[in-house]
Design a binder for this molecule. Sequence first.
Ligand SMILES: O=P(O)(O)O[C@H]1O[C@H](CO)[C@@H](O)[C@H]1O
Ligand SMILES: O=c1cc[nH]c(=O)[nH]1
Length: 234
Amino acid sequence: MTFHIGAKPGEIAETVLLPGDPYRARWAAQTFLKDARLINEVRGMLGYTGTWQGHPVTIHGTGMGMSSLSIYVNELIRDYGAQTLIRIGSAGAMQPQVKVRDVVLAMSACTLTAPSNGIFKELNFAPTAHFGLLKAAWDAAERLGVPTHAGTIYSSQLFYDERPDLQEQLQRHGALCVEMEAAELYTLAARYGRRALAVLTISDHLLTEEALPADQRERSFGDMVEIALHAAFA
Ligand SMILES: O=P(O)(O)O[C@H]1O[C@H](CO)[C@@H](O)[C@H]1O
Ligand SMILES: O=c1cc[nH]c(=O)[nH]1
Protein backbone atom coordinates (compact mmCIF):
# COMPACT_ATOMS: atom_id res chain seq x y z
CA MET A 1 0.00 0.00 0.00
CA THR A 2 1.10 3.54 -0.70
CA PHE A 3 -0.27 6.92 0.33
CA HIS A 4 -2.79 6.92 -2.52
CA ILE A 5 -3.02 3.30 -3.73
CA GLY A 6 -4.47 0.55 -1.55
CA ALA A 7 -3.31 -2.42 -3.67
CA LYS A 8 -1.21 -5.06 -1.94
CA PRO A 9 2.25 -5.92 -3.29
CA GLY A 10 1.86 -8.03 -6.42
CA GLU A 11 -1.66 -6.83 -7.16
CA ILE A 12 -0.55 -4.37 -9.85
CA ALA A 13 0.66 -5.67 -13.21
CA GLU A 14 3.82 -4.47 -14.99
CA THR A 15 1.57 -3.12 -17.77
CA VAL A 16 -0.73 -0.31 -16.65
CA LEU A 17 -3.32 1.54 -18.73
CA LEU A 18 -4.07 5.01 -17.37
CA PRO A 19 -7.34 6.82 -18.10
CA GLY A 20 -7.93 10.13 -16.34
CA ASP A 21 -11.49 9.08 -15.53
CA PRO A 22 -11.77 6.33 -12.86
CA TYR A 23 -15.12 5.25 -14.34
CA ARG A 24 -13.42 4.78 -17.72
CA ALA A 25 -10.97 2.52 -15.85
CA ARG A 26 -13.90 0.46 -14.52
CA TRP A 27 -15.59 0.27 -17.96
CA ALA A 28 -12.36 -0.66 -19.77
CA ALA A 29 -11.47 -3.32 -17.19
CA GLN A 30 -14.95 -4.86 -17.32
CA THR A 31 -15.01 -4.72 -21.13
CA PHE A 32 -11.49 -5.81 -22.09
CA LEU A 33 -9.98 -7.75 -19.17
CA LYS A 34 -10.69 -11.29 -18.02
CA ASP A 35 -11.23 -11.79 -14.27
CA ALA A 36 -10.88 -8.05 -13.57
CA ARG A 37 -10.81 -7.33 -9.84
CA LEU A 38 -10.79 -4.03 -7.98
CA ILE A 39 -7.35 -3.42 -6.45
CA ASN A 40 -7.69 0.24 -5.46
CA GLU A 41 -10.45 2.64 -4.55
CA VAL A 42 -8.66 5.11 -2.27
CA ARG A 43 -10.30 8.52 -2.85
CA GLY A 44 -12.53 6.88 -5.48
CA MET A 45 -9.56 6.46 -7.85
CA LEU A 46 -10.47 3.04 -9.18
CA GLY A 47 -7.86 0.51 -10.29
CA TYR A 48 -8.48 -3.01 -11.63
CA THR A 49 -6.19 -5.91 -12.45
CA GLY A 50 -7.06 -8.77 -14.78
CA THR A 51 -5.67 -10.38 -17.90
CA TRP A 52 -5.82 -9.62 -21.62
CA GLN A 53 -5.00 -12.55 -23.92
CA GLY A 54 -3.30 -14.16 -20.92
CA HIS A 55 -1.16 -11.12 -20.05
CA PRO A 56 -1.61 -9.44 -16.62
CA VAL A 57 -2.86 -5.85 -17.03
CA THR A 58 -3.86 -3.13 -14.57
CA ILE A 59 -6.18 -0.28 -15.58
CA HIS A 60 -5.94 2.59 -13.08
CA GLY A 61 -7.41 6.12 -13.07
CA THR A 62 -5.07 9.10 -12.76
CA GLY A 63 -7.48 11.97 -12.18
CA MET A 64 -7.31 15.15 -14.21
CA GLY A 65 -4.15 17.15 -14.72
CA MET A 66 -0.42 16.53 -14.48
CA SER A 67 -0.26 17.00 -10.69
CA SER A 68 -2.76 14.22 -10.09
CA LEU A 69 -1.23 11.87 -12.70
CA SER A 70 2.20 12.52 -11.19
CA ILE A 71 1.11 11.14 -7.81
CA TYR A 72 -0.24 7.88 -9.26
CA VAL A 73 2.54 7.31 -11.79
CA ASN A 74 5.27 7.95 -9.20
CA GLU A 75 3.69 5.36 -6.88
CA LEU A 76 2.96 2.86 -9.68
CA ILE A 77 6.59 3.00 -10.85
CA ARG A 78 8.47 3.37 -7.56
CA ASP A 79 6.34 1.20 -5.27
CA TYR A 80 4.69 -1.31 -7.61
CA GLY A 81 7.32 -1.67 -10.37
CA ALA A 82 5.14 -0.65 -13.33
CA GLN A 83 7.19 -1.00 -16.55
CA THR A 84 4.82 -0.06 -19.38
CA LEU A 85 2.45 2.85 -18.81
CA ILE A 86 -0.07 3.81 -21.49
CA ARG A 87 -2.42 6.72 -21.01
CA ILE A 88 -5.87 6.14 -22.57
CA GLY A 89 -7.32 9.63 -22.49
CA SER A 90 -9.69 12.05 -24.16
CA ALA A 91 -8.49 15.17 -25.96
CA GLY A 92 -9.69 18.24 -27.84
CA ALA A 93 -8.72 18.42 -31.54
CA MET A 94 -6.68 21.45 -32.66
CA GLN A 95 -6.37 20.74 -36.42
CA PRO A 96 -9.08 20.48 -39.09
CA GLN A 97 -7.93 17.05 -40.32
CA VAL A 98 -8.30 15.55 -36.81
CA LYS A 99 -11.95 14.56 -36.33
CA VAL A 100 -14.06 13.73 -33.28
CA ARG A 101 -13.54 10.03 -32.35
CA ASP A 102 -10.23 9.84 -34.26
CA VAL A 103 -7.28 8.45 -32.29
CA VAL A 104 -4.10 10.47 -31.70
CA LEU A 105 -0.77 8.89 -30.73
CA ALA A 106 1.28 11.53 -28.93
CA MET A 107 4.85 11.38 -30.26
CA SER A 108 5.74 14.30 -28.00
CA ALA A 109 3.91 16.56 -25.59
CA CYS A 110 4.51 20.33 -25.28
CA THR A 111 3.74 21.99 -22.00
CA LEU A 112 4.09 25.39 -20.38
CA THR A 113 5.20 23.70 -17.19
CA ALA A 114 4.73 20.29 -15.59
CA PRO A 115 5.23 19.13 -11.99
CA SER A 116 8.65 17.76 -13.00
CA ASN A 117 9.83 20.99 -14.63
CA GLY A 118 11.30 22.34 -11.40
CA ILE A 119 14.24 19.96 -11.67
CA PHE A 120 15.10 21.12 -15.21
CA LYS A 121 15.36 24.84 -14.29
CA GLU A 122 16.13 26.75 -17.53
CA LEU A 123 16.14 23.60 -19.70
CA ASN A 124 13.13 22.89 -21.94
CA PHE A 125 13.02 19.09 -21.70
CA ALA A 126 11.22 17.39 -24.63
CA PRO A 127 8.80 14.75 -23.26
CA THR A 128 8.67 11.96 -25.85
CA ALA A 129 6.84 8.66 -26.30
CA HIS A 130 8.65 5.30 -26.23
CA PHE A 131 9.39 4.58 -29.90
CA GLY A 132 8.67 0.83 -29.75
CA LEU A 133 5.27 1.42 -28.17
CA LEU A 134 4.49 4.21 -30.62
CA LYS A 135 5.35 2.05 -33.62
CA ALA A 136 3.41 -0.92 -32.25
CA ALA A 137 0.38 1.31 -31.58
CA TRP A 138 0.54 2.74 -35.11
CA ASP A 139 0.72 -0.77 -36.59
CA ALA A 140 -2.20 -1.94 -34.41
CA ALA A 141 -4.33 1.06 -35.41
CA GLU A 142 -3.68 0.30 -39.10
CA ARG A 143 -4.60 -3.37 -38.61
CA LEU A 144 -7.77 -2.44 -36.71
CA GLY A 145 -8.69 0.19 -39.33
CA VAL A 146 -8.97 3.04 -36.80
CA PRO A 147 -8.47 6.60 -38.16
CA THR A 148 -5.29 7.60 -36.34
CA HIS A 149 -2.86 10.53 -36.33
CA ALA A 150 0.61 10.69 -34.78
CA GLY A 151 2.40 13.90 -33.85
CA THR A 152 2.96 16.46 -31.16
CA ILE A 153 0.23 17.37 -28.70
CA TYR A 154 -0.29 19.99 -26.00
CA SER A 155 -0.48 18.98 -22.34
CA SER A 156 -2.21 21.97 -20.78
CA GLN A 157 -2.13 22.77 -17.08
CA LEU A 158 -5.64 24.16 -17.30
CA PHE A 159 -8.87 23.03 -18.93
CA TYR A 160 -10.20 26.59 -18.90
CA ASP A 161 -7.15 28.15 -20.51
CA GLU A 162 -6.79 31.93 -20.43
CA ARG A 163 -3.98 31.93 -23.03
CA PRO A 164 -5.59 31.74 -26.51
CA ASP A 165 -2.29 33.03 -27.92
CA LEU A 166 -0.55 29.80 -26.87
CA GLN A 167 -3.22 27.70 -28.53
CA GLU A 168 -2.79 29.75 -31.73
CA GLN A 169 0.99 29.20 -31.79
CA LEU A 170 0.60 25.50 -31.10
CA GLN A 171 -1.94 25.18 -33.92
CA ARG A 172 0.43 27.04 -36.26
CA HIS A 173 3.16 24.58 -35.31
CA GLY A 174 0.99 21.53 -35.99
CA ALA A 175 -0.04 20.40 -32.51
CA LEU A 176 -2.80 17.84 -33.07
CA CYS A 177 -4.80 18.11 -29.86
CA VAL A 178 -4.88 19.26 -26.24
CA GLU A 179 -5.14 17.15 -23.09
CA MET A 180 -3.72 17.50 -19.59
CA GLU A 181 -1.36 14.64 -18.60
CA ALA A 182 0.96 13.18 -21.26
CA ALA A 183 3.95 15.51 -20.75
CA GLU A 184 4.34 14.51 -17.10
CA LEU A 185 3.81 10.81 -17.89
CA TYR A 186 6.60 10.92 -20.52
CA THR A 187 8.92 12.82 -18.20
CA LEU A 188 8.48 10.33 -15.35
CA ALA A 189 8.93 7.38 -17.71
CA ALA A 190 12.16 8.91 -19.02
CA ARG A 191 13.42 9.48 -15.47
CA TYR A 192 12.79 5.91 -14.37
CA GLY A 193 13.61 4.17 -17.67
CA ARG A 194 10.07 2.90 -18.29
CA ARG A 195 8.01 2.69 -21.52
CA ALA A 196 5.22 5.24 -21.93
CA LEU A 197 2.74 6.31 -24.59
CA ALA A 198 -0.43 8.39 -24.69
CA VAL A 199 -3.20 6.99 -26.90
CA LEU A 200 -5.96 9.60 -27.07
CA THR A 201 -9.47 9.75 -28.48
CA ILE A 202 -10.82 13.07 -29.72
CA SER A 203 -13.83 13.94 -27.55
CA ASP A 204 -14.34 17.51 -28.77
CA HIS A 205 -13.11 19.91 -31.41
CA LEU A 206 -11.68 23.32 -30.66
CA LEU A 207 -12.35 24.55 -34.21
CA THR A 208 -15.86 23.18 -34.83
CA GLU A 209 -16.99 23.13 -31.16
CA GLU A 210 -18.43 19.60 -31.57
CA ALA A 211 -18.33 17.71 -28.24
CA LEU A 212 -19.26 14.22 -27.03
CA PRO A 213 -21.25 13.83 -23.78
CA ALA A 214 -19.78 12.41 -20.54
CA ASP A 215 -21.29 8.92 -20.90
CA GLN A 216 -19.62 8.50 -24.31
CA ARG A 217 -16.29 9.81 -22.99
CA GLU A 218 -16.56 7.25 -20.19
CA ARG A 219 -17.76 4.17 -22.05
CA SER A 220 -17.30 4.36 -25.82
CA PHE A 221 -13.61 4.83 -26.53
CA GLY A 222 -12.87 1.14 -27.09
CA ASP A 223 -10.59 1.59 -30.12
CA MET A 224 -7.91 3.35 -28.07
CA VAL A 225 -8.04 0.64 -25.39
CA GLU A 226 -7.54 -2.10 -27.99
CA ILE A 227 -4.70 -0.17 -29.62
CA ALA A 228 -3.02 0.31 -26.23
CA LEU A 229 -3.34 -3.39 -25.34
CA HIS A 230 -2.01 -4.57 -28.70
CA ALA A 231 0.90 -2.10 -28.46
CA ALA A 232 1.82 -3.19 -24.93
CA PHE A 233 2.21 -6.82 -25.93
CA ALA A 234 3.41 -6.52 -29.56
O1 LIG B 1 -10.46 11.88 -20.33
P1 LIG B 1 -9.19 12.06 -19.55
O2 LIG B 1 -8.30 10.89 -19.63
O3 LIG B 1 -9.44 12.50 -18.12
O4 LIG B 1 -8.38 13.26 -20.28
C1 LIG B 1 -8.84 14.59 -20.53
O5 LIG B 1 -10.08 14.90 -19.90
C2 LIG B 1 -9.85 15.72 -18.74
C3 LIG B 1 -10.51 17.06 -18.95
O6 LIG B 1 -11.87 16.93 -19.21
C4 LIG B 1 -8.34 15.84 -18.58
O7 LIG B 1 -7.89 14.84 -17.70
C5 LIG B 1 -7.88 15.63 -20.01
O8 LIG B 1 -6.55 15.25 -20.17
O1 LIG C 1 -7.93 18.68 -21.86
C1 LIG C 1 -8.84 18.49 -22.66
C2 LIG C 1 -9.46 17.23 -22.83
C3 LIG C 1 -10.46 17.07 -23.73
N1 LIG C 1 -10.85 18.14 -24.45
C4 LIG C 1 -10.27 19.34 -24.31
O2 LIG C 1 -10.68 20.29 -24.98
N2 LIG C 1 -9.28 19.49 -23.43
